[in-house]
Write a protein that binds this ligand. Structure first.
Ligand code: FES
Length: 125
């Protein structure tokens, strides 16, 4: 029922864990199931230099989070903002329809972490 890519990212998640002093971070909850996802980013010269995720979610949430961190790393903030739940699911060769909602967390958390970074920059003046 799951693609090989989903299984690969689920059994061997990339960029999982916490980050000290992130430049931006966000936590989002999935209204459908109540699961939670956290993403933290380090930004240098407008690019995502490093990224970490933590999730209290199902296997599909782990796989989509892992994939979104890989896709976002090294990208400019604007490019990373173009990543959507759909592009992440597609990069994993799809998710079972009942699991599509699980991919909502990944891109949303990334976008919010970028927003958090931008807000902090504005405050710094
Ligand atoms: Fe909650 Fe998948 S069931 S994220």
């Amino acid at each position: 029922m799951y693609s090989e890519k989903v299984m690969d990212h689920f059994t061997n998640p990339r960029n999982m864990g916490s980050m000290e002093n992130p430049d931006g971070k966000a936590q989002v909850g999935n209204p459908t199931c109540g699961d939670i996802m956290e993403i933290a980013i380090k930004v240098e010269e407008n690019k995502i230099k490093d990224i970490r995720f933590k999730t209290f979610g199902c296997g599909a949430a782990v796989a989509t989070s892992s994939m979104v961190t890989e896709m976002a790393k090294g990208k400019t903030l604007e490019e990373a903002e173009q990543l959507t739940n759909k592009t992440v699911a597609e990069a994993l060769d799809g998710l079972p329809p009942v699991k599509m909602h699980c991919s909502n967390l990944a891109a949303d958390a990334l976008h919010k972490a970028i927003q958090d970074y931008r807000e902090k920059q504005t405050k710094k003046g």
